[in-house]
Design a protein around this ligand. Sequence first.
Ligand SMILES: CC(C)(COP(=O)(O)OP(=O)(O)OC[C@H]1O[C@@H](n2cnc3c(N)ncnc32)[C@H](O)[C@@H]1OP(=O)(O)O)[C@@H](O)C(=O)NCCC(=O)NCCS
Length: 193
Amino acid sequence: MVQDQAETVSARIADWSREAPQRLWDPSRRLLRAIRKYQSWRGRRGPVAYLARRWWANQHRLWSLVTQCEIYIEAEIGGGLIMPHPNGIILHPDSRIGPNCMIFQQVTLAAGETGSPVIGGHVDIGAGAKILGAVTIGDHARIGANAVVLQDVPAYCTAVGIPAKILPPREQRAVSPLPAPVPGRAPATRSYG
Ligand SMILES: CC(C)(COP(=O)(O)OP(=O)(O)OC[C@H]1O[C@@H](n2cnc3c(N)ncnc32)[C@H](O)[C@@H]1OP(=O)(O)O)[C@@H](O)C(=O)NCCC(=O)NCCS
């Protein structure tokens, strides 16, 4: 993703349409909806508010069970989160996530001795990635699949590998000449679904 494309999705203003359930069976959006609704009834008094909180807390339990995700009901998550394959996503209760992020399956945000991860806006976190400790991920950054991130990632950069190394934005990377194609072999592609 080049910087121009990244700018088309805001890192500051939540796009709530990304979270709106699109069909009856839409576990990730149903889970998020339970969290949002529960939080909207927080701090309100009276029997209606009490019953509403209980209802949404039970919805949260149900969809957590379905997805096997652990996302705290009081979690601080910016609007517009997308979880395309919501399975096994574990977010530490103290971690914070900015607006319009995308989190793939089996991602873990874990606390360390010095604190918990802080994720900026419009950050994409690839499948299986682990972000550990008081690490700050800048806006529009990308975390590669299975990366183990132990250091801050500046805005627009990409983190890959174990432990993760930081790559500058694509347009700032040195272009190395392509190797000569091997006869009879299809060219490698880098398109991941
Ligand atoms: C990291 C990612 C976002 C690509 O970012 P990018 O900036 O376009 O990176 P490039 O493809 O140009 O690769 C840059 C370098 O990182 C390496 N790299 C890319 N992804 C990597 C990964 N997940 N782990 C380790 N290294 C990786 C490449 O091999 C390349 O190395 P080289 O410079 O030595 O050749 C992408 O590879 C990725 O991991 N996306 C997650 C997708 C995902 O989880 N999908 C789930 C679908 S169910």
